[in-house]
Write a protein that binds this ligand. Structure first.
Ligand SMILES: [Zn+2]
Length: 305
């Protein structure tokens, strides 16, 4: 793929729907287009160039490359989808629908829709277990009080409308975030085991919930209440830094996020953090690689195997 030094160059290159469509076809299928309904590659391109016909007797459906992707059935031109994907996959903090609307010259409603759909693509679909030295922490997200560290909260009732997020980050590596229902030992233990490789050096605060894990992990603790934030290698500065990013992103740009949508915002922030070393073009193509309506398409594929 051509390298783009700016949004302007990108926009000049993908200036027609046809160019976008052909690029999407190449990214999605390579040389072998596949039917999104039955996954067969026995398909032919129809004369208008845009649509394909499945040749399987039981299927015989027609489709274009956007069927089964986030851009299926929308009237928004692909040029605007592409531009929105490029902007959103590269902007370190995400942007508001209002801003996106003015950049793309679309209504705010359309921009909101694009923002939500594209956010689904900014997700690591198959994260590996974290290893090495991993900092583990939990925090409340939503509203002002949430900026305090969990260990400093005094009145649990204040946090009724907040959502608890669990996070784990490798030093110099990747982060994962998960909404958890509470900070009981069960919730924390499950979150750690599902996201961090056993035997890993794990650094946490002194939350009692983590104590049970000492047989499975090499566990080091940081005592926040005694101001021991940095004690040699045993610190949680990396995850604290990520929480700051996440909260800025959510608080500064989206104003309020319901707990229903919060996991998606967390996934988006994690995805950006985890792909920060990628070049702009690669970020765009890597996001584009997630454009398929994931479940639906994968279910179809798995039937075939
Ligand atoms: Zn088919």
């Amino acid at each position: 793929m051509k390298e783009f030094k700016s949004i302007l160059e990108f926009q000049k290159h993908f200036n027609t729907d046809e160019k976008c469509r052909l690029f999407l076809e190449e990214q999605r299928w390579g040389d072998t287009p596949a039917c999104p309904f039955c996954a067969s590659t026995n398909v032919k391109r129809l004369k208008n160039g845009k649509r394909f016909q499945c040749n399987e007797k039981e299927c015989r459906k027609q489709f274009s490359v956007t069927v089964g992707t986030v851009a299926e059935n929308t009237k928004i031109p692909l040029t605007k989808w592409f531009l929105a994907m490029y902007i959103l996959s590269n902007h370190s903090k995400g942007i508001s629908s209002l801003q996106l609307a003015s950049w793309l010259d679309v209504t705010q409603k359309t921009a909101w829709f694009l923002n939500h759909r594209i956010r689904q693509m900014l997700t690591d679909n198959a994260p590996e277990l974290l290893s090495g030295i991993v900092e583990v922490d939990e925090t409340y997200v939503g509203g002002r009080v949430s900026n305090k560290h969990v260990s400093k909260r005094k009145d649990a009732a204040k946090f009724d409308n907040k959502t608890m997020v669990f996070g784990a980050v490798e030093r110099e590596g990747k982060v994962v975030t998960k909404i958890i229902p509470n900070t009981t030992t069960d919730s924390l233990v499950t979150a750690v085991i599902e996201n961090v490789e056993q035997g890993t050096v794990m650094i946490t605060d002194e939350h009692v919930g983590y104590r049970q894990l000492k047989k499975l992990y090499k566990h080091a603790k940081v005592n926040h209440s005694k101001q021991q934030y940095v004690k040699g290698a045993a610190h949680t500065n990396t995850i604290e830094g990520f929480w700051n990013l996440l909260k800025k992103q959510i608080g500064g740009i989206h104003h309020s996020v319901s707990s229903k949508h919060l996991q998606r915002y967390c996934d988006e922030a994690s995805y950006r953090y985890n792909n920060k070393q990628l070049a702009q073009d690669t970020r765009f193509t890597s996001a584009l690689g997630n454009c398929e309506g994931r479940l639906k398409y994968k279910q179809l594929i798995s039937k075939q195997q």
